[in-house]
Design a protein around this ligand. Sequence first.
Ligand SMILES: Nc1ncnc2c1ncn2[C@@H]1O[C@H](COP(=O)(O)OP(=O)(O)OP(=O)(O)O)[C@@H](O)[C@H]1O
Length: 260
Amino acid sequence: MSAATEIEDLSFSPPGARLPALERVSLSMPEGESVALLGASGAGKTTLLALLDGRLRGWHGHIAVLGTPFDPDNPPPRTRRADTGFVFQEFALAERSSVLRNVLNGRLGRMSPIRAVLGSPTPRDLEVARGALTDCGIADLAERRVDSLSGGQRQRVAIARCLAQEPRLVLADESVSSLDPARAAEILTLLTGAAKARGATVLFSSHQPELARQFAQRIVGMRAGRIVFDLPTTELDDEATVDLYRETAPLPGVRLKAVR
Ligand SMILES: Nc1ncnc2c1ncn2[C@@H]1O[C@H](COP(=O)(O)OP(=O)(O)OP(=O)(O)O)[C@@H](O)[C@H]1O
């Protein structure tokens, strides 16, 4: 089986940042695997996903996605990027457009440049978009405007748009953080199930260890820009998870001054 992503010795400092957001990260994912990124706020999960999506420049190391190495100074070509789908934390939907139009936006990278500019889908684009709506259980909402939908319905639109892209790699950033636990599990069932049915690889970030355990075959723990563990879900114990969220300990020899 070939690798969906290969990262070696990746480091990245956002412009103007005091500390690196990622430091010497290495991670390889075989095609078809479902992996969760776990870690406290600021651990580097969003940055890693954005790098894999080809959205950041000026990093150091090696990144290859679906067999194509990235250049740290040039974005991957449009046709290559269509193979990677991204589900954003804030959904990033066109609020005043219909559900169907939003899902068709997922096809833009698959359309000829002229069709993409005109927003003119082929019958196949429509078929794939309607199939994605059905898979996400929202076929009846196709003509509704997005700004009239609930949070859970919006999340389904975001996933349908990603599936309509026919991605081989799905990246999802905190995609269920605004939902209650039952709804979050429902959405992750949908996302990981649909990806698996299509043979796609999934990498999702989460703050919820239980959801990560339930929906990932493998869990990668991050802390302060580094990977601190990378284990099959069955081998992850509670202690490692709790450690991940522990405050960073003071350096040896450094004492806190007593306040008088
Ligand atoms: N544009 C930026 N400018 C400065 N610092 C940044 C920028 N983007 C990210 N960082 C810093 O990089 C580190 C990693 O941030 P990142 O958003 O990747 O963490 P995260 O694990 O996704 O957090 P969360 O769970 O809160 O989304 C943080 O310290 C953050 O402040």
